[in-house]
Design a protein around this ligand. Sequence first.
Ligand code: NI
Length: 171
Amino acid sequence: MGGAEELTILTYPDPVLRVRAEEITNIDEGLIDLAESMIFTMYRAPGIGLAANQVGALKRIIVFDRSPAKPGASPQILINPEIVAREGKIVHDEACLSVTDFSAEVTRSDKVRVKGIDGDGKQIEIDAEGLLSVCLQHEIDHLDGILYIDHISSLKRALYKRKLKKILSGD
Ligand code: NI
């Protein structure tokens, strides 16, 4: 056993966040170690979801927690997740561990059905709505190199880029 370790979360504009992660064909010990470290890192941050791109691993795996109020209670692993159905609309104020010091309202599907493989290698389907649905869409976007700020207006995005520039230059 490798054991869980805290991983470094890459932040915008790191180019790795823009790369499409690859399909996972083999669930081996290395992958389970990665998942466990991702869960550890997610709780440490703290966040309710994390995609492998965010820790520099270009593999299609996400972790999330349905009940963030009780950290450690129900961490979930989803491998090769895929949205197979969507319904309705929801507007939610989103933030991301890779997009520091910012949040913005994003419109997404209210309900999604997501197919994938769990940590035991079993094919599963999740019917999600509300916050869990938003979380899954946000994390699956990461695997395709998409950030939530891609879904907001160009004006708001420009505002964030200016703010980030200021932060990075230490003004
Ligand atoms: Ni994110």
